[in-house]
Design a binder for this molecule. Structure first.
Ligand code: NDP
Ligand code: GDR
Length: 374
């Protein structure tokens, strides 16, 4: 039997890399679209990269961009994929306020470009389409927990662009009978999470502080509440959604919610640091109360590790998100395997390894890259 072919946009991102691994394990031929960048941007998939000169290659990267219809059409024509996973996006909510038009072009129009390419190439009965929809669609929440039928109220240019992408996916399903579905995914993280998303910013920042590479972590709204899961669990569900007889949209979440403040405390605890939060609003500080063992030799009781900085507040915030994954559980038997606390510990451990290497470099007089923005 011929192996199935999948095309992943955003393959160099967090989810794209885990999904590529999963599909390769399942015997797929995996194609991915990577953007041209002035420096290499394939770190997350380098371990599965295959030399294009080898025979029977089952992992192929194509240069492309979601803003370029002719490029997308050509790649889809060439690959003739059985499944397209549209994970590519300008995915940072805060950045979307800085670059709203670009975000709309890539996140909204990019989705339309792929759907149109599939249709124009006459592949609408062959090629299945997955759209990376988001809990950000719920924004100013109208009902809690949020499920597939909860009304949307997007609160950022990112979320508004993703709203278009959600509905155009539904529309192509209804209008042309395409197998097109939305995974409405709540926040999911991992050691491969981009460094400017809140969880990774915390685990990386605190690991650096513990190694004496930085002194303070500047945060935005630490009272924000999120339903966090592990990216590996979530890409499994992306694939499961594409194997049904009929295409349907699903919420993917854990059903448990915590604050950014709690995530900071777990990360600190993993490093052997106990923090006390003092003040309120913009004056809030996380002060060290206790240091255990030798994990944090650079940190002393009384140090200020966390400071709230209004520059990280968003013009419109999504204060609280909590998903109801009952449909995914009852219809597909999907349940997340990793708890948020286990995931946080894994992220801290991985970032600590890197911080230790950087500390060693610094000790020997080398510069180390440390900037974390957003
Ligand atoms: P990442 O930011 O880690 O990855 C985004 C990917 O999109 C990268 O490969 C990036 O390429 C690529 N990309 C960005 N702009 C373009 C463009 N113009 N053309 C082609 N590719 C582009 O995101 P995640 O892996 O975390 O998320 C995957 C998808 O799921 C995104 O669409 C995101 O919006 C959505 N989502 C994510 C959630 C999460 O919690 N992680 C929750 C819900 C939805 P490069 O590496 O070159 O930057
Ligand atoms: P989010 O993720 O906006 O939910 O979007 P992010 O991790 O950026 O923020 C989560 C919450 O933490 C608050 N916060 C901070 N956020 C960042 N990035 N930096 C900070 O310093 C900081 N301090 C507090 C934020 O205000 C927010 O409330 C992610 C992305 O992956 C989207 O692509 C995806 O669609 C959604 O998750 C679901």
């Amino acid at each position: 039997m011929e192996r199935k072919k999948a095309l992943i946009t955003g393959i160099t991102g967090q989810d794209g890399s885990y999904l590529a691994e999963l599909l390769l394990e399942k015997g797929y031929e995996v194609h991915g679209i990577k953007r041209r960048a002035s420096l290499f941007n394939t770190q997350r998939v380098d371990h599965i990269y295959q030399d294009p000169h080898v025979e029977n290659q089952n992992f192929v990267l194509h240069y492309g961009d979601l803003s370029d219809s002719s490029n997308l059409t050509r790649i889809i024509q060439q690959v003739q994929p059985d499944e397209v996973y549209n994970l590519g996006a300008q995915s940072h909510v805060a950045v979307s306020f800085e670059s709203p038009e670009y975000t709309a072009d890539v996140d909204a129009m990019g989705t339309l470009r792929i759907l149109e390419a599939i249709r124009l190439l006459g592949l609408e009965k062959k090629t299945r389409f997955y759209q990376a929809s988001t809990s950000e669609l719920y924004g100013l929440v109208q009902e809690s927990p949020q499920k597939e039928t909860t009304p949307f109220y997007p609160r950022s240019p990112y979320a508004v662009a993703k709203l278009y992408a959600y509905w155009i996916t539904v529309n192509y399903r209804e209008a042309y009978g395409m197998y097109a579905c939305n995974g409405i995914l709540f926040n999911h993280e991992s050691p491969r999470r981009g460094e400017t998303f809140v969880t990774r910013k915390i685990t990386r920042g605190l690991a650096n502080i513990a190694q004496g590479l930085e002194t303070c972590l500047y945060m935005g709204n630490i009272d924000s509440l999120r339903d966090w899961g592990h990216a590996k669990d979530y890409v499994r569900m992306q694939w499961m959604m594409m194997q049904q007889e009929q295409p349907e949209d699903f919420v993917i979440a854990t059903g448990v919610q915590y604050s950014v403040r709690e995530f900071i405390s777990w990360s600190a605890a993993e490093l052997g640091i106990t923090l006390r939060f003092e003040g309120s609003g913009v004056e809030e500080k996380g002060i060290v109360d206790k240091v255990d063992g030798d994990l944090a030799p650079a940190v002393k009781v009384g140090d200020v590790l966390i400071q709230v900085d209004p520059r990280y507040f968003r013009p419109a915030e999504v204060e609280t998100l909590l998903g109801d994954p009952s449909k995914a559980k009852s219809k597909l038997g999907w349940v997340p395997e990793v708890t948020v606390q286990e995931m946080c510990a894994e992220m801290v451990r991985e970032d600590l390894k890197v911080a230790k290497r950087h500390a060693l470099l610094k000790e020997h007089g080398h510069d180390v890259p440390l900037t974390v923005e957003s």
